[in-house]
Write a protein that binds this ligand. Structure first.
Ligand code: CMP
Length: 139
């Protein structure tokens, strides 16, 4: 049920959505190390999606093709069928499979209707590659 990889398209965002993404990135141990241009591209390219209560957003063990930020609603994270944590608005999740090329480490299910911001693996990869290439060319 994850969005398929698409070419990076810029989507206009409200100031409050930009703030939500920025805060989610800054709170994340690894992503906070991205440079400002990369963060700006991520903000531009994230797409909004709505999922109904009960839907499984991520299944443990699957190959991951997107990461997400929870904009509205509540999510339940489980491992081996056991609940481990609830996620609140503003939380970034589904990043581990993308950053570390592993399978999904947990299941994430919508316990209310939710709104999510999504960034595909391929778009994230492109942003990382293009921006680091630009930096090398400047050196
Ligand atoms: P990923 O492994 O890609 O997909 C499942 C996501 O659930 C994972 O990335 C994390 O974002 C999140 N996750 C995994 N384990 C936990 C945990 N113990 N507490 C909160 N979130 C988790």
């Amino acid at each position: 049920s994850e969005p398929s990889a698409t070419t990076a398209q810029k989507i206009a965002k409200s100031p409050s959505t930009v703030g939500l993404i920025n805060r989610a990135i800054q709170r994340h141990d690894f992503l906070q190390g991205l440079d400002p241009e990369q963060a700006a591209r991520i903000i531009e390219c994230m797409t909004m999606s709505e999922r109904p209560r009960g839907e499984t957003i991520i299944s443990e063990g699957d190959a991951g093709n997107a990461m997400f930020i929870l904009v509205e609603g509540e999510l339940q994270v489980s491992k081996n069928g056991m609940p481990v944590r609830r996620l609140e608005r503003g939380t970034l999740f589904g990043e581990l499979a993308i950053l570390y090329d592993c399978t999904r480490t947990a299941t994430v299910q919508a316990i209310t209707d939710v709104r999510l911001l999504c960034l595909s693996r391929s778009t994230f990869r492109t942003i990382r590659t293009i921006e680091s290439q630009k930096r090398r060319e400047l050196m």
